[in-house]
Design a protein around this ligand. Structure first.
Ligand code: DDH
Length: 276
């Protein structure tokens, strides 16, 4: 109600637009990857949220438990210290925002700044004070596995097939790093622009096993673009492929579904006050 939204005496005004601006100002990177920290910030928001288990109510973005070991050391989170450190000056300048709100907001702001849809986001996450609340390891998806695994992991969070395919469309952004995941390369030729290109590449490019010493991944003829086994699962599984077809043809449908699913992802397990 009105009462709750009035700033109290002595309480700092919570200017989320100022935080958004501060995040936007951090995105451009001269000497990092493809010139933007946007993709790694999106990955931070996703890995902070994607540990959620609907049955037990554990995990999820609330708590920002990835600040602590063991979660910070989980193999899936390799490289995300880059994103967490990047946001420290924003946290220092706006100490009233929780890390959990800051990380998720940074993901939303990055997607929007890279040309993506407006992501529904609201504050309300609190930070937990120690690593005792870290979720167990292996809640995030394993790139070496197929459709059954993708369904298990995202089903555990409460997503349906359509939402799963939309969410993985985030791989239109960024790249794999051999020193983080062991995989190598970007999914698209425009890894700092949010678009439906990932689905177009997945469908229309020709993918073959990459011959190298690293883990099994797929490459196109140019050898420049890549797909993970878990990406290929989206075209090999008929029920998933239906949505790959849709999103490759209809970017508007992708944007709409992605925004809703990513917004939902970032709210899993967050105890927002009940609507008045
Ligand atoms: Fe992902 N992802 N992801 N991903 N992801 C990687 C990078 C990025 C899987 C594996 C990997 C989502 C789903 C899956 C982003 C966003 C999202 C990397 C490479 C691997 C491996 C990491 C590295 O070496 O730096 C698997 C498996 C799945 C799955 O669903 C089965 C989802 C749902 C999202 C999301 O944001 C909603 C982004 C962005 C990146 C690029 C990061 C970067 O630094 O660039």
């Amino acid at each position: 109600g009105i009462q709750a939204s009035m700033p109290q005496l002595g309480e700092p005004k919570k200017d989320y637009d100022a935080v958004r601006k501060a995040i936007e100002n951090l995105l451009d990177a001269e000497d990092y990857d493809d010139g933007s920290f946007g993709p790694v910030l999106v990955r931070l928001a996703w890995h902070a949220s994607g540990t959620y288990d609907a049955a037990s109510g554990t995990g999820g973005s609330n708590g920002a438990t990835m600040r602590w070991a063991p979660e910070s050391e989980h193999a899936a989170n390799a490289g995300l210290a880059v994103a967490r450190k990047l946001l420290e000056p924003v946290k220092a300048a706006y100490p009233w925002i929780s890390y959990a709100d800051l990380w998720t907001l940074a993901g939303a702001v990055a997607i929007e700044a890279m040309g993506g849809p407006t992501i529904p986001w609201r504050p309300g996450r609190a930070d937990k004070a120690s690593g005792n609340d870290c979720p167990p390891d292996n809640r995030l998806p394993d790139a070496a596995q197929g459709a059954g695994h993708v369904r298990d992991v995202f089903g555990r969070m409460g997503f349906d097939d359509r939402e799963m395919v939309a969410l993985v469309g985030a791989h239109t952004l960024g790249r794999c790093h051999t020193d983080r995941s062991g995989y190598s390369g970007p999914w698209t030729n425009a890894p700092t622009t949010f678009s439906n290109l990932y689905f177009q590449e997945l469908l229309n490019n020709k993918w073959r096993k990459k011959r190298w010493d690293g883990p099994l991944q797929y490459e196109d003829k140019s050898g420049q673009l890549m797909m993970l086994p878990a990406d290929m699962a989206l075209v090999w599984d008929k029920k998933f492929k239906k949505y790959v077809d849709l999103y490759a043809k209809d970017e508007e449908a992708f944007f709409k579904d992605f925004a809703a699913a990513f917004g939902k992802l970032m709210e899993l397990g967050v105890p927002f006050p009940a609507a008045a």
